[in-house]
Design a protein around this ligand. Sequence first.
Ligand SMILES: [Zn+2]
Length: 53
Amino acid sequence: MGEQRMRTKPCKWCRQPVAYRSWWRSRRYCNRWHQTRKRISRILELFGEAASA
Ligand SMILES: [Zn+2]
């Protein structure tokens, strides 16, 4: 009855619904490992662009 205050957002790596309580602490990943992997892939992407340029 309108008690669903827990918001969910899909993890940016595995798209698993991630629940978070406060808006200022919005988590985009279900765990730190996925956040790290996304960061690494982003860095590699930047390196790839720099190498091809
Ligand atoms: Zn995830």
